[in-house]
Design a protein around this ligand. Structure first.
Ligand SMILES: C[S@@+](CC[C@H](N)C(=O)[O-])C[C@H]1O[C@@H](n2cnc3c(N)ncnc32)[C@H](O)[C@@H]1O
Length: 257
């Protein structure tokens, strides 16, 4: 997996990607991160990459030329295989969710454009970017942190990056639900015991407990996810029981959608 990141602040990426899962994946050659300071493609000797918005208003807007030219160079180097999707990080894009991270993890490479200031000239969005992705409904001061969030979420889905595929398959959102609670040693801490079933060694019971706790937690915290999740009849009945216990309105009759 290769990420080509167009940024005015390449130094921001050093810390987060020198350690941890992505850092190790880069060492192993499973993930490659190429940082491109697009100021290099500015047209004047001052390295100007932004200008005042046409029509007036606050702040500065990133000019189109440096971004188009940086991507042109990448495309020329890549040849017929191409550079993959050209993704602009933007609070106006489709919101990054696990399903989108899974979709992106199937790409061999992609370009990430990090905006700054008041944003990016609209022609970049219309004519250069093939996708626009947001990391949530809030405004960051630049696209770098958003790009790092995307790269982390996508990299850990690349085969070999996280030890066993089981650890990402069971993650929150992967199966459409929140993950069950986790416990580890000691079995008792300050008088608080881990659930006995987890200490029992009975794998069938453990799997059933986990699935039910996952359903309970999702109903409590993210009922919107439950409505889209693929549940067995027994699981649907369990959720209905929980709803009744909690005094929540039933969704029976809407087909679970
Ligand atoms: C201050 S923001 C510009 C916001 C813009 N004026 C608007 O209202 O849509 C500067 C840059 O930060 C990045 N950014 C800000 N919030 C983001 C978010 N939620 N997701 C992804 N990128 C974001 C984008 O690259 C954006 O161009």
């Amino acid at each position: 997996m290769r990420f080509d990141v167009l940024t005015l602040f390449p130094g921001m990426f050093t810390g987060p990607f020198s350690e941890g899962v992505v850092g190790r994946a880069m060492e192993k050659g499973l993930v490659e991160v190429r940082l491109h300071d697009f100021r290099k493609y500015a047209r004047d000797r001052h390295g100007t990459v932004d200008d005042a918005p046409f029509g007036g208003g606050a702040g500065m807007v990133l000019k189109p030329e440096p971004l188009f030219e940086a991507v042109d160079v990448l495309k020329a180097e890549a040849g017929p295989e191409g550079v993959g999707p050209v993704i602009m990080l933007s609070p106006q894009g489709r919101v990054l969710a696990q399903a989108l991270a899974e979709e992106l993890a199937r790409q061999p490479r992609m370009v990430l454009i990090c905006g700054r200031y008041e944003g990016v000239d609209e022609r970049v969005r219309e004519r250069l970017a093939t996708d626009e992705i947001s990391v949530g409904d809030y405004v960051l001061s630049g696209g770098e942190l958003a790009a790092m969030v995307l790269m982390d979420a996508v990299s850990r889905l690349v085969p070999g990056v996280v030890g066993s595929p089981k650890s990402t398959e069971g993650d929150t959102f992967s199966g459409g639900l929140l993950q069950h609670p986790q416990y580890t040693r000691p079995p008792e801490y300050r008088g608080w015991r881990a659930p006995e079933v987890l200490l029992s060694g009975n794998h069938g019971e453990i799997a059933r407990w986990r699935r039910r706790e996952s359903l309970r937690r999702t109903l409590l915290r993210r009922p919107d996810l439950l409505e889209r999740a693929a549940l067995s009849e027994e699981e649907r009945r369990f959720v209905e029981e929980l709803r009744r216990e909690m005094g929540k309105p039933s969704v029976e009759g809407d087909g679970g959608h």
